[in-house]
Design a protein around this ligand. Sequence first.
Ligand code: HEC
Ligand code: HEC
Length: 212
Amino acid sequence: MKSLSWLALLPILVALGGCANTQRSRDLANPNVPPDVTAAQVCSNCHGIDGNSVSPNFPRLAGQMPDYLVEQLENFRSHHRSDPAGYEYMWGISRYLTDEQIKGLAEYFSRQTPKPNPPIDSAQLVAGKTIFENGIPDKETAPCMACHGPKAQGIATFPRLANQHMDYVIKQLHVFQETEGRPGTPMKQITHFLTDEEMHQVARYLQSFPIE
Ligand code: HEC
Ligand code: HEC
């Protein structure tokens, strides 16, 4: 009698097991795993579950433009974006993602609310704010806000920069200036004559960007 009731339970247990699997799976090659689960089980380890990563090694994704996120994940998958950290961390992760998964992950992270960083003395932000709003005409550096938006909030495939980690922003500005790791963007020309100090100034301003 006892063994019979176990048998009756078996299909239910199997069904539950299957369900628990895709609800907790870390398998990036299984398109049936919902994007929110992949975000929580895999991406969160580096980017934070709400996209507000703590470590400056990992870019913040919260509130990022969905079209930009799609484009970057496609660029990692196709190896079009090949800067060293992108190659090291994101090529393997994006390898088996389908277009649908990419779209779902982009939607998930773009929905998350960006968290402000601790404010810093506004005197330290003046130089960066000037570059952001006016560019540096002598150096053919166009105002950042012309493409990234007046609140650095991003527009379509122009990424959000507000509240991004300063170290990450500086690293990417050097990637654009010195390498072909992210080809085919206007950022190559924009960074061409920027000094390291100017990169620090604008990145510091972006990291502390006020959220309204
Ligand atoms: C082991 C750490 C790690 C994990 C896990 C990880 N990432 Fe990343 N990700 C990185 C690093 C490091 C970078 C920065 C690469 C660079 O500097 O080019 C990055 C960059 C990105 C970017 C580009 C951001 C930008 O502003 O251009 C996107 C989008 C992204 N990751 C999405 C994801 C998604 C979605 C997942 C989960 C499927 C994920 N990442 C999992 C480490 C990770
Ligand atoms: C003409 C338009 C344009 C202007 C002006 C511009 N950008 Fe960009 N920026 C872009 C585009 C397009 C990308 C996406 C590059 C890619 O897909 O690789 C980008 C990417 C970036 C990134 C990488 C973000 C990330 O999450 O990886 C940073 C940092 C950045 N821009 C900073 C700046 C700064 C600072 C300025 C002003 C000095 C500036 N941009 C001016 C178009 C522009």
